[in-house]
Design a protein. Structure first.
Length: 160
């Protein structure tokens, strides 16, 4: 079996360099570590300022992937690109908030998110009526849906 290091191909494209794991669908922590080492080589040693990651086959990336790209972008002023982003990765919140379309095949990392996904305004939030009142519950379906700390203790005692 070939080592992961042998499967990572580095090539020039669009005035920069692209890192490509080939037909791997799921990346794990070891892949992320290899990617981090390779990014250090091409950015710090070889001096590239436009770096892309080929995502043609990728359906899952580890949680630190986007943060790692953002760190390189922020600390080293490197333009980070993703090429041919697929399905699940395309639907990830980090991707949707921090990447802009450059052309049909390429997305660039932004410094700021496009928008705040869930606006929060604490000053206008009020408890819903069902939390502020405690009417007598007579409907069995409502009883099953309501969960309070007291009902948790009762339920725990009933299971013993």
């Amino acid at each position: 079996m070939a080592s992961k290091r042998n499967r990572l191909v580095v090539y020039e494209r669009d005035g920069g360099v692209v890192l490509d794991f080939g037909a791997m669908h799921i990346w794990d922590g070891a892949d992320l570590s290899l990617l981090r080492e390779t990014l250090a080589q091409v950015i710090e040693v070889e001096g590239y300022r436009h770096v892309g990651i080929a995502m043609d086959h990728v359906q899952y990336v580890p949680s630190g992937f986007f943060g790692m790209l953002y760190d390189w972008h922020e600390k080293e002023d490197v333009d980070m690109y993703l090429y041919a982003v697929q399905g699940n990765v395309n639907n990830m919140l980090w991707f949707q908030q921090f990447f802009d379309v450059v052309d049909d095949d390429r997305h660039i990392l932004r410094v700021e998110p496009k928008s705040v996904p869930v606006p929060v305004n604490v000053t206008t939030w009020k408890k819903p009526p069902w939390q502020t009142t405690s009417p007598a519950v007579t409907d069995a379906s409502v009883t099953d849906a309501v969960f309070t700390e007291d009902s948790a203790h009762v339920a725990a005692g009933a299971r013993k």
